[in-house]
Write a protein that binds this ligand. Structure first.
Ligand code: NBG
Length: 826
């Protein structure tokens, strides 16, 4: 009798999860997949052999997941459209989800291999810039864990986020060749490739029924090929898919040109087509004019929608029930062109009436806004848009015409309002407002933290909120406790489990609070501190190896890791460091508890000021770390190439988490949550999700400073003068003078002049206004850190009270308030 996969009585090299079974599987893969034996295998061969072995064990849940979506008629699945998915290293998290770490570790040990070393050696796919892309990955993890059927749709960039190296204190970018050694987690599905058009023109024609229809004749066609990555939930029974599209030429080779001797032209088409998914754009750079970026957005959106329509047809369901099959989430405006594309597919492609198509479209879509910064709201010049997507521009005009008709009916005579709400910005150059398209085409719009949603409703999208208040809601961000606690901090995870059991891993919000009972238990506190110290020692070892900087594991680790941006105010942090340094210099004999200030993060390659701030931090570090008066009591280090993998070492080692953006600028932040659930206490402003975190942990367990969002508005309205702050605060004045006078640049007064001048004469993000409050807060932090029992209690309570910030809670919110989906696994 043939035995199926998963049958325990059958020794199956692809499903057996015992140590001997896993050992055999790894050896088989080594031999048959990479053509090696244990004698000839390289580290990469071992990694591949283990990865394929783990992937095999995910395929039962994977195939069941695909069947679930393509067979069940009454199922609504989430289609999560995102230009970025920052998934991080895969091996460790998949092993955790399957629960096979112990037998696998044992199996590898018998082969002389160390599972942890293999996990640590993985090169991660950097398919995102930062928080937004990582949020998408956390949500994929939570959907799989909660049993929410979902497909993540995105782009299979050939080059992800650049690799950051530091030369002489300056950031140098290098291409991220993440695919060079292959990526064992993906399965390429050529049979589901679709063609995507670009450019060309439109024409009208009469269809067989005598109706006037429009046809788009694209100038160019590109093949979108899906690369599927399994996303398995904790427990290993439920699996979703991340489907990333890569661009290929429809005809890779032009035999005509080849035969006539033009060899270059024969492959030209291939090269042009492939550029579409070539590289991830770094954010914080102006998008205007980047036609390739719009091409990328349309490319993945069109392929994804056609993929969903294929499923709809396979299910045999009529098109006007499409919204009952898919809830489509627009992750920021990057995929917003989907609104126009779905209308085109339904109206032009399937001959649906406009009104019916519009009803289906708006029931499908919902939109998450991730930023309040006006410069980050996408706008495409009409000319550029129409050149690439002529039919979509017509459709957007038609959507706008009908929409503005409604606006004018509701607010007769208010042409100013119509102009503000219009999908088209009439200022030169006329452009398409992607956020407006997303709002009008969606039934729900959400911000990512309570304060952010409030500011969206009262400022950035005030007119829309007045027009359709029922559309707006809040879903505060969350992070997955699997990757960002269970996986990255195994010592703390084991300690927590020993007290409250393991249920917190997939029921974080419900369970983690039980830890509070141990907050004052001296034995537990000692254990807690011991773990933090070990984690700090691990980070020090890394810093020593890569930077040659020795970090004292008994120092307080004070960390700011995130993208470098003026609104996130790394320069405020470094001004604080300079002020502390000056205090030591003034009185080297005074008591100063050891403090290690760590930075990490990438700056957009074209962001002049951010790159100069990185240089300043390096120069300050060099002076302070080398000063015998300081004697190692204050150290500063910049951890290069911050990514998910590095984060997994950094978060567990932090005592203090720096979340110091100017109030009203950071939509949510998610690093704040990752630090918090690893026991770091936040030093932060009332910005983004910090506000809610502080409510949860209690104000006595949060170091607050700085202006509030309304105060920021107030101070600016009264005419903000940064120089007045520098003139009246001697500590601040001196710190700025030191930079200006070349104290950190061997006397060079020019190199940091742009930073100092910007702070003194503009200071858009009010660094100088918040400086005094920040320094005052710093004194309180140092005092708290000296009281070990008190600080440990704060740390424990931060973990115990942050249950809300699990992405499982966020996904339940989306399911209930936006998608109308009931999670299958609770
Ligand atoms: C970022 C915000 C963060 C937020 C993440 C995830 C963009 C456009 N926005 O504050 O700056 O945490 O999105 O929501 O990257």
């Amino acid at each position: 009798m043939p035995k199926g996969p998963g049958n325990k009585s059958c020794h199956n090299v692809r499903t057996d999860c015992t140590a001997p079974g896993l050992r055999q599987a790894v050896l088989d893969n080594l031999y048959y997949v990479s053509g090696n034996t244990p004698v000839t295998a390289s580290a990469q061969d071992w990694y591949d052999a283990v990865a394929y072995c783990v992937r095999d064990r995910m395929l039962k849940a994977w195939n069941e997941g695909i069947e679930r979506i393509t067979k069940a008629l009454d199922l609504r699945a989430v289609a999560y459209l995102s230009a970025e998915f920052l998934i991080g290293p895969q091996l460790g998290s998949n092993v955790l989800a399957l629960g096979i770490a112990e037998p696998l570790r044992e199996a590898l040990a018998t082969l002389g291999q160390d599972l942890d070393a293999i996990v640590d050696g993985e090169h991660e796919p950097g398919l995102g810039n930062g928080g937004l892309g990582r949020l998408a990955a956390c949500y994929m993890d939570s959907m799989a864990t909660l049993g929410v059927p979902a497909i993540g749709y995105g782009i299979h960039y050939e080059f992800g986020m650049f690799t950051q190296t530091i030369r002489d204190g300056w950031q140098v970018e290098m291409a991220d060749k993440w695919l060079r050694q292959g990526f064992p987690w993906e399965i390429v599905q050529h049979e589901f490739a679709v063609e995507v058009g670009l450019g060309g023109s439109t024409e009208t024609f009469l269809d067989a029924g005598g109706r006037l229809r429009v046809r788009w004749n694209p100038e160019k066609r590109i093949l979108a090929v899906p690369h599927d990555i399994p996303v398995i939930g904790y427990g290993g029974t439920f699996c979703n898919v991340l489907r990333l599209w890569s661009a290929e030429a429809v005809d890779a080779f032009d035999f005509g040109s080849f035969s006539s001797g033009d060899y270059g032209k024969a492959v030209e088409e291939k090269i042009l087509s492939e550029t579409i998914s070539k590289v991830l754009y770094p954010n914080d750079e102006p998008y205007q004019g980047k036609v390739l970026r719009l091409g990328q957005q349309y490319f993945f959106v069109s392929a994804s929608l056609r993929d969903m329509l294929r499923v709809q047809q396979m299910l045999g369901k009529p098109l006007d029930t499409f919204h009952t099959t898919f809830a489509i989430q627009l992750n920021d405006t990057h995929p917003a062109v989907a609104v126009a594309e779905l209308m085109r597919l339904l109206v032009d492609g399937h001959g649906m009436e406009w009104e019916r198509a519009w009803a289906v479209t708006t029931k499908c879509f919902s939109y998450t806004n991730h930023t309040l910064l006006p410069e980050a709201l996408e706008k495409w010049p009409v000319e550029l848009f129409g050149g690439l997507l002529p039919r979509h521009l017509e459709i957007i005009y038609e959507i706008n015409r009908r929409f503005l008709e409604e606006v004018r009916a509701a607010y007769p005579g208010d042409e100013g309002l119509a102009a503000r709400l219009s999908l088209i910005d009439e200022a030169s150059p006329r452009s398409v407002r992607m956020a407006h398209l997303a709002v009008v085409g969606s039934h729900a719009v959400n911000g990512v933290a309570a304060l952010h949603t409030e500011l969206l409703k009262t400022h950035v999208m005030q007119d829309f909120a007045a027009l359709t208040p029922q559309k707006f809601c809040n879903v505060t961000n969350g992070v997955t406790p699997r990757r960002f606690l269970a996986l990255c901090n195994p010592r703390l995870a084991a300690c927590i489990t020993s007290r409250i059991g393991p249920a917190w891993i997939n029921r974080f919000e419900e369970e983690i609070g039980k830890l509070e009972a141990f907050a004052d238990d001296p034995g537990f506190q000692a254990q807690w501190r011991g773990i933090k110290r070990e984690n700090k020692a691990a980070l020090s070892a890394l810093a020593e190896k890569h930077l040659g900087v020795a970090l004292n594991p008994d120092a307080v680790f004070d960390v700011q890791v995130k993208r470098v941006h003026e609104y996130k105010r790394q320069h405020l942090n470094i001004l604080r460091v300079i002020a502390l340094y000056s205090a030591i210099k003034r009185d080297p004999g005074a008591e100063f508890s050891p403090l290690a200030v760590l930075f990490g993060g990438k700056a957009a390659p074209g962001y002049f000021m951010a790159k100069r701030v990185i240089k300043l931090i390096h120069n300050v570090a060099q002076v302070i770390n080398g000063d015998p008066d300081v004697g190692g009591r204050l150290t500063v280090a910049y951890i290069p190439n911050f990514n998910v993998r590095v984060g997994q070492v950094v978060y567990p080692a932090a005592d203090i988490s720096q979340q110091i953006s100017l109030a009203g600028k950071e939509a949510s932040g998610t690093g704040n949550m990752k630090f918090g659930i690893n026991g770091a206490v936040t030093m932060g402003t009332l910005d983004g999700a910090n506000v809610e975190m502080r409510q949860c942990v209690g104000e006595e367990n949060f170091f607050l400073f700085g202006l509030t969002a309304p105060e920021v508005v107030e101070v600016k309205r009264n005419g903000y003068d940064p120089r007045a702050y520098a003139a009246t605060d001697p500590v601040l004045g001196q710190a700025l003078d030191m930079i200006a006078s070349g104290a950190f640049s061997a006397g060079d007064r020019e190199i940091f002049r742009p930073i100092v001048d910007n702070l003194l004469y503009q200071d858009e993000y009010m660094v100088l206004a918040d400086f005094a409050s920040y320094m005052h807060c710093q004194a309180l932090v140092m005092e708290a850190c000296r009281d070990t029992a008190r600080f440990t209690r704060m740390s424990i309570l931060n973990v115990a009270r942050l249950g809300k910030f699990s992405s499982d809670r966020s996904i339940r919110d989306y399911c209930r308030d936006i998608w109308n989906i009931t999670p299958e696994l609770g």
